[in-house]
Design a protein around this ligand. Structure first.
Ligand SMILES: [Mg+2]
Length: 240
């Protein structure tokens, strides 16, 4: 079996800013601060780490206590539901190129099991993917709610995947992500990494981190699937 763990934002979907709006609303309500897009660079980071960095930048680190954090994230999930629903209704959720063909293709292969390795909280991942109509593909995962550290949450996701399929049946683990941090932490967690330049980073920026494969997007499912089965080698699709 091959375990295949996906990042969400910039890899499978763009939420049209819904995630950041929900985060900002919750921050304002709990900490009375206002952020805009320029305050935060969320790419590849976990939700708890993003919160920690924002509070530090407002000199509010002392208020990052467990109870307050829990309150903030409960509100965030409630607002995320609302913002994602608005984004869905207005057609602002973008499913990234190739994803709608790649997910059914790879899930119909009996030697692949699909999961998530994402900095989103588990509930946030569920809300985003449900509203995008993709949630049903993923059977296990590691999340920002498991650990603030992306290597650790990726390891947790892999362990859950191994339990899902039977540990002795696993002969490959791939992480798919769109940022240099996805590549670095995926590799640190012991996975092979496929980087897709469908988020904010280009092919060259991702190549610097030396993933096992860099693609412009997830089109050409058959070539990507056979690359993973072979575990290495060159791929002819998605030339840049
Ligand atoms: Mg991402």
């Amino acid at each position: 079996m091959i375990l295949l763990l996906f990042d969400i934002d910039g890899t499978l979907i763009f939420t049209g800013g819904a995630g950041m709006r929900a985060f900002s609303r919750a921050l304002h309500e709990v900490f009375d601060i206002r952020i805009d897009g320029s305050d935060v660079r969320p790419d590849g980071k976990t939700d708890p780490l993003i919160l920690r960095e924002i509070l530090a930048s407002f000199d509010l680190s002392g208020r990052c206590r467990p109870g307050t954090r829990q309150e903030m994230f409960a509100l965030y999930i409630r607002y995320l539901e609302q913002e994602m629903e608005k984004a869905r209704e207005s057609g602002r959720i973008a499913i990234l190129p190739g994803v709608e063909d790649f997910l059914p293709a790879v899930s119909s292969e009996s030697d692949f099991a699909l999961g998530l390795a994402t900095g989103n909280l588990e509930d946030g991942a569920r809300v985003k993917l449900e509203k995008a109509g993709l949630y049903g593909y993923f059977k296990f995962g590691g999340f920002g709610s498991d650990s603030e550290d992306r290597t650790e949450l990726t390891r947790i996701g892999i362990e859950r995947g191994m339990r899902y399929v039977r540990p002795d049946s696993v002969d490959g683990v791939f992480v798919v992500g769109d940022t240099p941090l996805d590549v670095i932490h995926g590799r640190n967690a012991g996975a092979s990494v496929i980087a897709v330049a469908s988020g904010r980073y280009g092919v060259r920026e991702l190549q610097v981190c030396a993933p096992d494969l860099v693609l412009s997007d997830l089109r050409e499912a058959e070539s990507i699937i056979s690359f993973m089965r072979n575990g290495r080698g060159s791929i002819s699709c998605n030339k840049w």
